[in-house]
Design a protein around this ligand. Structure first.
Ligand code: MD3
Ligand code: FE
Length: 203
């Protein structure tokens, strides 16, 4: 089962469901080396999403801007390597969407607690914008906001559930998107939170 969310954006409902345990184990191991933290935007605002990364480079934001950095600025050490369970899931999902040989070098891990939101933005910090982005949703459901190529384009709402994977390629890759404030709730596996993993070819 697959559903187009936009031009080149394919929803694979429940694609990750049969591998949640190894995925969460891998995420735990990453968090131990590189704890979740709230980054500051170039404008000086503290992001409500808590983030960490694994892979050759990680996405970071501070007063000087957004970038992919091989070092975790909090520890000064390289980001943890991308665990095989994560790499494999990303490559399998990309293949299912028609992208053979997807080899992400960055995985951004986002944690949402009730009330956490991600305002409308574009993902433009990756060098290779022909490569797709693969996203995996775990835990509490979220309302995904999906606009268009222009900030003012109308915004559609889609629910994203535990185990859902979306492969963002084609024109959708540069569309504005965000997450509405997370609703209160408790998920049987993750408790009162949502995790989102995004796999990218950043360099
Ligand atoms: C559409 N994350 O990390 S995942 C992000 O749920 C991000 O944490 C959201 O937006 C989250 O940048 C949304 C879905 C997603 C991810 C990347 C995209 C949608 C996208 C890139 C381009 C277009
Ligand atoms: Fe994004």
């Amino acid at each position: 089962e697959r559903q187009a969310l936009g031009p080149g954006a394919l929803l694979l409902p429940g694609f990750a469901l049969d591998r949640v345990e190894p995925l969460l184990q891998a995420v735990e191991a990453v968090q131990q080396q590189a704890p979740l933290r709230h980054l500051v935007t170039p404008g000086g605002l503290r992001m409500s999403v808590a983030m960490t990364n694994c892979g050759h480079v990680g996405w970071v934001s501070d007063r000087s801007g957004y970038r992919y950095d091989p070092l975790d600025p909090q520890s000064g050490r390289p980001w943890p390597a991308m665990p095989p369970a994560l790499q494999t899931l990303a490559a399998d999902a990309a293949r299912a969407a028609g992208y053979d040989g997807f080899a992400p070098d960055a995985c951004l891990i986002n944690q949402y607690l009730p009330g956490t939101r991600l305002s409308l933005h574009q993902d433009r910090d990756e060098r290779d914008q022909g490569a797709p982005i693969v996203s995996v949703s775990l835990g509490l459901p979220a309302v995904f906001l999906f606009g268009g190529a222009q900030r003012g384009d109308r915004v559609a709402r889609h629910a994203l559930f535990h185990g859902d994977v979306v492969v963002w390629g084609g024109a959708s890759r540069l569309y504005f998107h965000g997450i509405a404030p997370l609703k209160e709730g408790s998920h049987p596996v993750l408790g009162e939170r949502r995790l989102n993993l995004t796999f990218r070819k950043a360099r």
